[in-house]
Design a protein around this ligand. Structure first.
Ligand code: NAD
Length: 248
């Protein structure tokens, strides 16, 4: 059976856990050479041991997406080793929830810095190489919160709306040059990012979802896999909701 990402070089940020981990593993299964980037060094080292990664086809970088020089150096090193970058998944993201009346400037800035500026930093560091080859795919992690807002998430929703804005802008700027750019908007998916959400709130989320459950990371990874490969060759500039019908 053909593996849909055969011979592709794909970078996944925030690859040591959750959706990023599931995406990197799925990409590897589909034949990609995967570059795992995360600021969590121990988790990253552990992830590299995963048996599903073929030797010589996985590389790890301790990388904080907010550090522009580090991002630039990392992407340059990947290009040096593999000659090119075919797919970038801007997945790294954080929350620091608080109601507007209680949110600190630091909470606001930290979330914007990782979730919004981190996406800008990583994309800028790969785009020249993609432009030279007139080929590439950029996938950005937004959220249903980037479509509808959410109580207690001023900073996070601003970042995720912003990601959609950048996605649509880049789809226009880069589409004519052979590069597709899309965003994925997961609903609520069972990962560590939800660990601060009280059980009573999670129960409400399950009840509001028309599949009556949370998503699992593999269900988002499969959507990234579709968007990353040529099956999605005419998909550009979308913000694809993957939420079990949460917003219906
Ligand atoms: P997670 O917390 O399980 O994993 C996030 C990973 O990103 C971690 O390994 C973490 O170390 C890494 N990371 C955080 N800041 C970083 C930085 N500055 N530089 C590099 N790596 C960094 O989260 P997740 O649920 O897998 O979320 C992945 C993405 O999907 C995020 O952008 C998140 O906003 C988005 N998302 C998640 C959900 C959900 O319900 N889980 C819903 C919608 C959108």
């Amino acid at each position: 059976m053909t593996r849909v990402l055969h011979d592709k070089v794909a970078i996944v940020t925030g690859a040591a856990a959750g959706i990023g981990q599931a995406t990197a593993r799925r990409f590897a299964k589909e034949g990609a050479t995967v570059v795992l980037c995360d600021r969590a060094e121990d988790a990253l080292r552990q992830e590299a041991e995963y048996a599903g990664y073929e030797s010589g086809k996985v590389l790890t970088y301790v990388l904080d997406v907010t550090k522009r020089q580090q991002v630039e150096d990392t992407m340059q090193d990947v290009r040096k080793r593999f000659g090119r970058i075919d797919v970038l998944v801007n997945n790294a993201g954080i929350t620091h929830d608080a109601k507007l009346t209680r949110m600190t400037e630091r909470q606001f800035d930290q979330v914007i810095d990782v979730n919004l500026k981190g996406v800008f930093n990583c994309t800028q560091a790969v785009v020249d190489g993609m432009l030279e080859r007139a080929s590439g795919v950029i996938l950005n992690a937004s959220s249903v919160v980037g479509l509808y807002g959410n109580f207690g998430q001023t900073n996070y929703s601003a970042s995720k709306f912003g990601v959609i804005g950048m996605t649509k802008t880049w789809a226009r700027e880069l589409g004519p040059k052979g590069i597709r750019v899309n965003a994925v908007c997961p609903g609520f998916v069972a990962t560590d990012i939800l660990k601060t959400v009280p059980d009573s709130v999670l129960d409400g989320i399950r009840a509001a979802c028309w599949l009556r459950r949370l998503g699992n990371p593999d269900e988002i990874a499969s959507v990234y896999t579709f968007l990353a490969n040529d099956d999605a060759s005419f998909v550009n500039g979308v913000a694809l909701e993957v939420s079990g019908g949460l917003s219906l």
